[in-house]
Write a new protein. Structure first.
Length: 207
């Protein structure tokens, strides 16, 4: 199990490094520019690479959770999150101003599925009182709250209310969701790493 966790953390760490590199190279405003837009700028290939690594990391940690006897629902939702991450990277969003395509639709709904799945995983794990349950519950709450802020602009636009990206910090709220969810996944993995127990040597007492 430890090998699965170490490999999962390595994939997540590499994916995070790729994502940070992409942000540094693209030079977009992270407060208003959503992450999907980075695919159309310098180093855009790093976006699907990063998301694929997150998917690999999630799959490995899901298997570790399964072997640890974690709830089947939690394991299934982590796998759903990982699959959604892969789909987000494999099917890029549409360029701004372009009608929604099949690729853009898959990208959008996979992102929503991923954003919703991981907070539920966190709440399930916190309810099971895993190690770091308090932190997992807080991060899950933050992710759900930020997800609501992500969804509101789409709902408002559905009712025909004009709303530009400059009016809302869409990039910021989206990044809060992503960071919180990666935190939930990382703590889920760390909860299975048991601290080394030191056994005192049983030696006969000397008279």
């Amino acid at each position: 199990m430890k090998g699965l966790l170490v490999s999962g953390f390595a994939a997540m760490g590499t994916g995070t490094g790729a994502m940070l590199t992409l942000h540094a190279e693209a030079g977009l405003d992270p407060v208003h520019s959503v992450i999907s837009e980075y695919a159309f700028h310098a180093g855009g290939w790093l976006l699907p690479a990063s998301l694929t690594l997150f998917a690999v990391g999630g799959t490995l940690i899901a298997e570790a959770l399964r072997r640890a006897g974690t709830s089947r629902w939690a394991v299934a939702l982590v796998l759903a999150w990982a699959a959604s991450m892969f789909l987000i990277g494999a099917f890029p969003t549409d360029r701004p101003g372009v009608p929604l395509s099949m690729s853009g639709g898959i990208h959008r709904y996979a992102a929503f599925a991923a954003f919703l799945a991981m907070p539920v995983v966190g709440l399930l794990l916190a309810r099971a009182r895993i190690r770091y349950a308090g932190a997992v519950r807080v991060l899950s709450g933050i992710a759900l709250g930020a997800l609501l802020l992500v969804v509101i602009p789409y709902v408002v636009r559905m009712f025909g209310v004009p709303l530009s990206n400059d009016d809302i910090p869409a990039g910021l709220t989206q990044r809060v969701v992503v960071v919180a969810e990666l935190g939930v996944l990382a703590l889920a993995g760390l909860s299975m790493l048991r601290p080394r127990v030191r056994h005192a040597a049983a030696e006969p007492a000397l008279a």
